[in-house]
Unconditional design. Structure first.
Length: 430
């Protein structure tokens, strides 16, 4: 992943140094169990743990000759740890190391992503409560529909990210498995208790049955969840982008004092962060299909999944982490314009109350079809002639004979639309 969209916390997890360190942890833990069983001499694990040094450059040099990364790694360890290191990897196969280590990296990444989600939830909760009763226009198909509050918009995002947190916890649990089962997963040359020891030592669970590889449906689930979270990020980003448009301008991304919006037009303040988030979300989601296609491997194993995971493992996790942190900062610093929201609410001069006029007519005994037709005709007239709906309706003696003056005034107010905001907030922030 390029540095521009990477944070050190995630980049370190997917560094080669960390990968080989985990490989060494797996081999040492397995050696400990083998020593207890008497399958290898005592002291192998402690000697390797003390003397082995991770030398990425040397591993690459060896791999250039042997064309096998795990053999290159083991050879490099033996060069440093000495003759006792020859007892490492007894009865194991490369996938035991690779799959267990890959899952550990996913778990490490997932835990940081959970922290990122917590930050977003905290910001959304605070901003939602701040704007709980800030009136704004609710839109469907991009067209003015009926009034909502900006707090309700944010509460909706909050609830979605709550679900994302649950999904991610489940996905982490899904990939928290360890397999040390040897060639084709039969434990023919390694005792199952070795796997149990490694799992416990590395805080993982034993994979119930592996076919030399850990089943890739687990990983498909994990990356699918990352894709869903990316979709949620884009949903928020799209809302911000639309609301910052000049014709709307209900909110704006923070624009620093020395920031420049355009190389050509000095007046520009563009929603570059939310646009960037839309792009990053696309990248994360692009990992989902390859992860799903990795499920079907030939027989007990092939390596068609390997090249995919070497790419999507770091890229999807690092990109999502960056996007979540960027979104959190964006939401924390966004500038909200309540006056503009109110101005936009009144833009169509009361047309947004058309449903309530129609409903009151139906309550008076008119059919829904006739009520709809009457109100729609007046709505069209108001829109084309730039008139206020309340003034036009008031001139219709037939309608006014059906609706009392008190009820008529209540129709053209926001009170009805916001009467259940507290109820919705209690549901979300219980």
């Amino acid at each position: 992943m390029i540095k521009r969209y990477s944070r050190k916390e995630l980049s370190d997890i997917w560094s080669e140094e960390n990968k080989y360190k985990i490989w060494l942890d797996v081999e040492v833990a397995a050696a400990e169990a083998m020593e207890k069983l008497g399958h290898i001499p005592r002291g192998v694990a402690s000697v390797v743990k003390k003397k082995a040094k991770i030398n990425v450059k040397r591993i690459h040099q060896i791999e250039a000759d042997v064309k096998h990364d795990v053999i290159a790694f083991l050879t490099s360890v033996t060069e440093k740890a000495g003759i006792k290191a020859r007892y490492l990897h007894q009865g194991m196969t490369s996938s035991d190391v690779l799959d267990t280590s890959f899952n550990i990296q996913l778990v490490q990444s997932g835990k940081i992503l959970l922290q990122d989600l917590d930050k977003i939830l905290s910001v959304l909760k605070r901003q939602a409560k701040k704007h709980k009763f800030t009136p704004c226009m609710g839109r469907s198909h991009g067209i003015h529909a009926e009034p909502v509050t900006f707090g309700l918009k944010l509460a909706s995002f909050y609830e979605e990210f709550k679900r994302n947190k649950i999904r991610l916890k489940n996905a982490i649990e899904e990939v928290s498995t360890c397999a040390i089962s040897g060639a084709v997963g039969t434990f023919a040359n390694i005792n199952p208790s070795v796997e149990k020891h490694v799992a416990k030592k590395l805080k993982m669970k034993v994979e119930p049955i592996s076919t030399q590889v850990i089943p890739r449906d687990r990983h498909a689930y994990y990356f699918s969840v990352l894709g869903i979270i990316a979709g949620s990020i884009e949903r928020v980003a799209i809302e911000i982008r639309h609301l910052q448009r000049t014709e709307v301008y209900e909110l704006q991304e923070y624009f620093s004092k020395k920031q420049k919006g355009s190389s050509a037009m000095p007046h520009k303040k563009n929603p570059i962060l939310s646009e960037n988030l839309t792009g990053l979300a696309r990248m994360v989601r692009s990992a989902v299909i390859p992860a799903l296609e990795n499920i079907a491997l030939w027989h007990e194993r092939d390596i068609s999944h390997s090249s995919v995971e070497r790419n999507i493992g770091p890229d999807a996790n690092i990109t999502l982490d960056f996007a979540l942190v960027r979104l959190s900062n964006l939401l924390d610093n966004m500038i909200v314009y309540p006056k503009k929201m109110l101005e936009n609410l009144n833009l169509t001069k009361g047309l947004i109350f058309s449903q309530e006029v129609m409903l009151e007519l139906t309550k008076s005994g008119l059919s829904r079809e006739k009520s709809y037709r009457i109100v729609q005709n007046y709505a069209k007239k108001c829109f084309s002639e730039n008139l206020n709906l309340i003034d036009v309706i008031r001139q219709d003696k037939f309608i006014m004979s059906k609706i009392s003056e008190k009820k008529f005034k209540l129709i053209f107010s926001y009170a009805k639309h916001f009467k259940n905001v507290n109820l919705i907030f209690r549901r979300v922030f219980k």
